[in-house]
Design a protein around this ligand. Structure first.
Ligand SMILES: C[S@@+](CC[C@H](N)C(=O)[O-])C[C@H]1O[C@@H](n2cnc3c(N)ncnc32)[C@H](O)[C@@H]1O
Length: 430
């Protein structure tokens, strides 16, 4: 048995799902923060549980070349990034292995897992971030707390976005602000600000920002005076411009409103969508885009398919999706408002061949998946931001579908999160 606060020599032989190094002393597992595979370390035990311990590095005895100097001065203190101490190649290796192991352990599948698709410049990629404001500070939360780090630098946020945040912090109105949701387009020079405050604010309070940053095209004031961790309140008012900004993905143009989901890393999203499109034959096929958001997957598929049906639960997103279809002159697509698990059974009777599904972190759930099984869907492309629920759902489909391949995409560099595109094919009936 180990002792708390004592030092032990540990070799890092694996990683946990969230990127902690795993070592063993007399077969007792120790999870070590900021460790890299292959390192031999002196570790202090900081937290001792019945079956495992957590530790921190006291000394690196044998280093490895995969350890790098983190680019950010807040790394370790800030909860935003988890892997900045690893070389980018090591981050990608960690994600590929994590996907492989999780699919085997939870999903029971030992299939072709491609290497995680990375970015050329894995920094400043976020096109959306929520920045909390309090006590004259604006930034990100300290790891595991609600204490704000007053950030001067952030290497995953858009650079100009950070300048806008610093500028807002200096305005007198910042005292009333709880959070700022900042979004920017990748291909156009446009920013949207959603200022979440306890009481209504006026455009006059913010007019300085528009002079300094004329590329802000939309400012929305959302009022949230509830004592809650939910970010957005129920009431919103457009203070400047309209409730949308514009961006492109592949060949289509999108209007994006403040309530709708939009993938946070545009460069990687285009790679992901291209992979999904290439994975299935779409000619003369009827396709369902389940969990369709503002319609970006369905619209990217539509020109190769016979007909596409989108399903989405957020009304504002469905309205945008319909408008996006019109603006891109796509007329073989229809969007349904509702829960995918409820609506799928109405649509699926329309001789659907292919289902693309891109659910939130909790996955699809059994009712939705059972509909795919019962209706003999030939091809499923499952896009997932949570490999554990992807693996669980694949297990549910195992008797009826073969997993052809899974490709991880590094949508969230420097963090332990990973996006996957899984391609499934109906098994032959003999
Ligand atoms: C991961 S996002 C994917 C959005 C879109 N496919 C994209 O690539 O931008 C998941 C979407 O599912 C929607 N959603 C959540 N629960 C749902 C449900 N039960 N039925 C339908 N849509 C749902 C969310 O509003 C969100 O737009």
């Amino acid at each position: 048995m180990l002792d708390k606060n004592k030092y032990y020599k540990v070799e890092i032989i694996d990683y946990t799902y969230d990127g902690l190094g795993v070592g063993k002393v007399d077969n007792f597992p120790i999870f070590v923060s900021n460790a890299v595979m292959g390192e031999i370390l002196i570790v202090e035990i900081t937290n001792l549980k019945k079956n495992l311990a957590f530790g921190k590095i006291v000394e690196i005895i044998n280093g490895v070349k995969e350890r790098v100097e983190p680019k950010c001065k807040y790394y370790g203190e800030c909860g935003g990034c988890h892997l900045m101490h690893m070389s980018y190649q090591e981050q990608l290796r960690f994600k590929t292995n994590h996907v492989k192991e999780t699919l085997k352990r939870i999903g029971g599948v030992d299939t072709k897992i491609n290497s995680c698709v990375g970015m050329e410049h894995p920094y400043n990629y976020r096109n959306k971030l929520i920045i909390p404001f309090a006590d004259n500070k604006a930034g990100l939360y300290k790891k595991g707390t609600h204490d704000i780090i007053d950030i001067e630098e952030c290497h995953i946020l858009n650079r100009e976005g950070l300048d806008i945040i610093k500028f807002i912090k200096k305005l007198p109105v910042s005292k009333l602000i709880r959070n700022v949701l900042i979004r920017n387009s990748y291909y156009k020079d446009q920013f949207m600000l959603v200022i979440i405050s306890r009481m209504e604010i006026k455009l006059d309070d913010l007019s300085e920002i528009l002079k300094e940053f004329p590329n802000i095209v939309s400012i929305i004031n959302n009022i949230n005076n509830e004592k809650t961790n939910v970010i957005l309140g129920k009431k919103s008012k457009v203070l400047y411009g309209e409730d949308f900004y514009v961006d492109y993905l592949l060949e289509n143009v999108y209007k994006i409103n403040h309530k709708s989901f939009y993938q946070i890393n545009s460069e990687q999203t285009e790679k992901l969508y291209k992979k999904a499109i290439e994975s299935v034959s779409l000619k003369n096929k009827v396709v369902v885009d389940a969990y369709s958001g503002i319609g970006s997957i369905g619209l990217s598929f539509a020109k190769n398919a016979k007909r596409v049906y989108g399903i989405e639960v957020v009304e504002a997103a469905v309205e945008s999706a319909r408008e996006n279809a019109k603006n891109n002159e796509v007329d073989n697509i229809e969007f349904y408002l509702g829960k995918a698990e409820d609506v799928i059974s109405n649509i699926i009777s329309n001789e659907v061949d292919v289902v693309i599904t891109d659910p939130p972190r909790k996955g699809c759930g059994e009712a939705f998946l059972q509909s795919l099984i019962d209706n003999n869907i030939d091809d499923i492309v499952y896009i997932s931001c949570n490999v554990s629920t992807l693996a669980r759902d694949i297990k549910f489909l195992n008797d009826y579908y073969d997993v052809i391949e899974v490709t991880p995409f590094d949508m969230f560099p420097q963090t332990f999160h990973v996006e996957c595109c899984a391609v499934l094919k109906r098994k032959c009936d003999d």
